[in-house]
Write a protein that binds this ligand. Structure first.
Ligand code: NAD
Ligand code: LMR
Length: 329
């Protein structure tokens, strides 16, 4: 028997990432090739944005995706999020000229407060929320805090792009395929303070650390390359990453819904206090997923260098959280 369609809400649907994301969701790349989907697309009420959204929807229609069971355009999160099973919060206020990080946090805090409240009011009680819009961890934290009637664990932030970037850099260094690497993770914030940790990783079952055996490369090349990759892409393309960000969003939700078969991945999730990260902080952790639930990988030995890096990214997230405290109560 055919499965009932799942409702997928996407914000910022007429933006760059939206253009790489929507077609893949409708193609079954995110929820499975046997899972029909209904797309509920949100853009700002601005006439130009709504017109651009209509254009994207025309193109989606023109693909005649067999799994697409419906599609609607919205300018109000209260209708866009109605009964949503999955919500991808991509739309955010970009940093403008002369804008400080604090201004960006404040502008986005407003968006994610409104959207968190709307999810709280109208989404499925099991909605899985992924925040992509930057600053992703703190925006996810704000949405979670604005939705007290939904389980906090339903709110996540995207660290998967960082995870995929780390995989790719490590695979190139050891000269092995991506699929040979396991147990890699990225701790903390989606910002240059993130810590891409391969101290537990294996390559074809062998410890990656011993294979790499190059501290200078790890500290001076690998960590800065992964941490500053977003800025490097903006510098090269004149625009921020879009297709790779959409791909990471697909990977994140697919693994959350369909499971990782015991393998590790990275998700930004509200801390349960593991590894000394204060409860509620939206933090990148190594996780495994099964039956639609994620679990933090427990019992890892954290060496002194790793601890120093984890403390640094935690400090930044605590500062961001303190910066929006007055808005989320
Ligand atoms: P974009 O500017 O091309 O598109 C964003 C879209 O969001 C625009 O069409 C805009 O109208 C819309 N939007 C703005 N506010 C909205 C709101 N309140 N409700 C609904 N829609 C709204 O940007 P993009 O390149 O698609 O990137 C989107 C976000 O994703 C940015 O914040 C970017 O920094 C972030 N990003 C995050 C990661 C990550 O790894 N977490 C990676 C890449 C980009
Ligand atoms: C990325 O990691 O590519 C983006 O978050 C960069 C950015 O600042 O938009």
């Amino acid at each position: 028997m055919a499965k009932a369609p799942m409702r997928v809400a996407v914000t910022g649907a007429a933006g760059q990432i939206g253009y790489s994301l929507l077609f893949r969701i409708a193609n079954g790349d995110m929820l499975g090739k046997d899972q029909p989907v209904i797309l509920q697309l949100l853009e700002i009420p601005d006439e130009k944005a709504q017109k651009a959204l209509k254009g994207v929807m025309m193109e989606i229609d023109d693909c005649a995706f067999p799994l697409l069971a419906g599609m609607t355009a919205h300018s109000d999160p209260m209708t866009a999020f109605k009964d949503a099973d999955v919500a991808l919060l991509v739309g955010a206020r970009p940093r403008g000229p002369g804008m400080e990080r604090k201004d960006l946090l404040e502008a986005n805090a407003q968006i994610f407060t409104v959207q968190g409240k709307a999810l709280d009011a109208v989404a499925s009680r099991n909605v899985k929320v992924l925040v992509v819009g930057n600053p992703a961890n703190t925006n996810a934290y704000i949405a979670m805090k604005s939705a007290p009637n939904l389980p906090a664990k339903n709110f996540t932030a995207m660290l998967r792009l960082d995870h995929n970037r780390a995989l790719s850099q490590l695979a190139a260094k050891v000269g092995k395929p991506i699929t040979s690497i396991e147990k890699l993770c990225v701790w903390g914030n989606h910002s240059p303070t993130m810590y891409a940790d391969f101290t537990h990783a294996t390559v074809d079952g062998q410890p990656a650390k011993a294979l790499v055996n190059d501290e200078a490369w790890t500290k001076d090349v690998y960590l800065p390359t992964v941490g500053k990759r977003g800025a490097a892409i903006i510098e090269a393309r004149g625009l921020s990453s879009a297709a790779s960000a959409a791909n990471a969003a697909i990977d994140h939700v697919r693994d959350w819904v369909l499971g990782t078969n015991g393998k590790w991945t990275t998700m930004g999730i509200p801390s349960d206090g593991s590894y000394g990260i204060p409860e509620g902080i939206m933090f990148g952790f190594p996780v495994t997923t099964e039956n639609g639930e994620y679990k933090i990988v427990q019992g890892l030995q954290i060496d002194a260098f790793s601890q120093e890096r984890i403390n640094l990214t935690l400090k930044e997230l605590q500062e961001e959280r303190d910066g929006v405290k007055h808005l989320v109560g």
